[in-house]
Design a protein around this ligand. Structure first.
Ligand code: NAD
Length: 493
């Protein structure tokens, strides 16, 4: 069934930058066009923020942090702002989600789960805004010198995001930053800027003072300017490992705080005793959800040899049963990839997989028929007979491609699972508590999902080991990313 909603936000006007509570064009006058990846049709023109716009946005965020109303607001008042924003996000979620559907291809069928997560994040951090506290610490100094700590916001945050969850990521970074008392300049991905801009409107409507949340769409130059800016205290980055390295280098000038949510090539391990009715769809959607454009996708699938052939056959059948198509149709399970560049990347790996000798079990091609010719659609793909050194087993593809490899023992699964520079997600499917425990402790990854995959919650931290980055998002840990701990020593006579 077709969803005929058309978001009011797409009214034909050029979408401007949100700086200091006002909508302004880029100083350069440049705009870029954001297109629907399902059909290539232009959705809107968007002001193309550059380094000079970032400078103005950072200055506004600095003023709001140092001397604006945000500076003097009590935790209770910040909490009220976040709760109002949560209500507004809830009330406007259909429109916000549809913007992501149109801008980057996320199926409308995924809206309910995303609504719950977005609202939960805002309410969770609203709660934490009034739960911040330091400690009173006994010390061993002679005399009456007492010590305690206080938590203070780090200051101006530069948030730079990828395109695969535009609204979710905007909220994910903004909620804890605001709860901590920081101000923020958000640089959404150039491929999908619409929902972050609408989010900026709702921040103003929620009564968040001007300059506290600034939204500056633009390309790599805007991101680089934010990462290097001497008046930005912290950069929160989600994106590729390659750009993550540049962020670290750019941060060196003023030694700014950095957190990095980067790429992955996550192992997903299925033991012979697993509940196959759970594991087959679980392992499939661990990669195919969001058309494989998920950092923690379980794209290296290790299956114990005794069930390997049966599992691969069922996985292939499952992949073929998935409905790929227009993401505005409510029964669509997989939408398009975000762009021609991403389609080119995925097609390169589809060819490499075949050329390097992997066996194609399902998919493997671009989809062009049935009205999909103008979009960036690919079939959900399963390769079996994959060797650990093949490109499809080592590289993050960021598309709907599963590489299946057989294994024999639990120790082998752990060591091959860890044989990657990444360490973001991981999964294990088994009824054996011993295997589950051993794998969960043995894998060097920020998340281990046992008999499930990709479960997320506002209260549970998420992040990487190794080249998947550092720092955590969600949970109390995420708040800490935006806080300094100050020690105060007091002599009393
Ligand atoms: P990307 O690194 O190319 O771009 C991410 C953001 O960085 C964009 O906003 C881009 O404009 C900006 N950017 C580009 N060059 C920059 C520079 N030199 N300095 C500062 N900013 C710059 O990533 P992408 O291709 O858009 O997204 C896909 C990648 O993101 C994948 O590797 C994926 O795994 C990763 N990702 C990670 C997580 C996570 O939570 N770990 C979540 C989503 C995506």
């Amino acid at each position: 069934m077709k969803n005929l909603l058309s978001p009011a936000f797409l009214n034909g006007s050029t979408r401007l930058l949100l700086i200091d509570g006002k909508w302004v064009p880029a100083l350069s006058g440049k705009v870029f066009t954001t297109c629907n990846p399902a059909n290539g049709v232009a959705l809107a023109e968007v002001s193309d923020g550059g380094a000079e716009d970032i400078n103005i946005a950072v200055a506004a965020a600095r003023r709001a942090f140092e001397s604006g109303p945000w500076h003097s607001m009590k935790p209770f008042d910040r909490q009220q702002c976040l709760l109002r924003l949560a209500d507004l996000i809830d009330a406007n979620f259909d429109e916000l989600a549809l913007l992501d559907t149109l801008d980057m291809g996320a199926p409308v069928a995924s809206i309910a789960g995303k609504r719950r997560r977005a609202v939960a994040l805002l309410r969770y951090y609203a709660g934490l805004a009034t739960a911040l506290h330091g400690q009173t610490i006994d010390n061993s100094q002679p005399g009456n010198i007492f010590s305690h700590t206080v938590k203070e916001p780090v200051g101006v945050v530069g948030a730079i995001n990828a395109w695969n969850g535009p609204l979710g990521m905007a909220i994910w970074k903004t909620a804890p930053a605001l709860a901590a008392g920081c101000t923020i300049v958000l640089k959404p991905a150039e491929q999908a800027p619409l929902s972050p801009l609408r989010f900026g409107e709702l921040c103003l409507e929620a009564g968040i003072p001007p300059g506290v949340v600034n939204v500056v769409p633009g390309g790599a130059a805007a991101g680089a300017a934010l990462a290097a800016h001497p008046d930005v205290d912290k950069v929160a980055f989600t994106g590729s490992t390659e750009v993550g390295r540049k962020i670290i280098q750019a941060s060196a000038g003023n030694i700014k705080r950095v957190s990095l949510e980067l790429g992955g090539k996550s192992p997903n391990i299925v033991f012979a005793d697993a509940d196959m009715d759970l594991a087959v769809p679980g392992a499939a959607m661990a990669v195919f959800a969001n058309t494989g454009q998920v950092c923690s996708a379980g794209s290296r699938l290790f299956v114990q040899r005794s069930v390997h052939d049966e599992f691969v056959a069922r996985l292939g059948a499952f992949a073929k049963s998935l409905r790929v198509g227009d993401p505005t149709f409510e029964d669509t399970q997989l939408g398009p990839l975000v762009s021609q560049a991403q389609l080119d990347r995925v097609e390169t790996y589809l060819k490499l997989g075949a050329d390097q000798g992997a066996k194609l079990v399902a998919g493997g091609h671009r989809l062009k028929s049935g009205g999909l010719d103008g979009g960036y659609f690919v079939e959900p793909t399963v390769f079996a007979g994959v060797r650990d050194e093949m490109a499809i087993a080592t590289d993050e593809i960021f598309g709907p491609v599963i590489s299946v490899m057989p294994f024999d023992t639990v120790d082998e699964a752990i060591s091959r699972g860890n044989a990657t520079s990444y360490g973001l997600g991981s999964g294990v499917w088994t009824r054996d508590l011993n295997n589950a425990y051993k794998v969960s402790r043995g894998l060097r990854a920020g998340s281990v999902w046992i008999n499930c995959y990709q479960a997320m919650d506002a209260a549970v931290p998420f992040g990487g080991y190794k080249t998947s980055g550092y720092g955590r998002e969600s949970g109390i840990e995420h708040m800490e990313e935006f806080l300094h701990t100050k020690a105060v020593w007091t002599r009393v006579s």
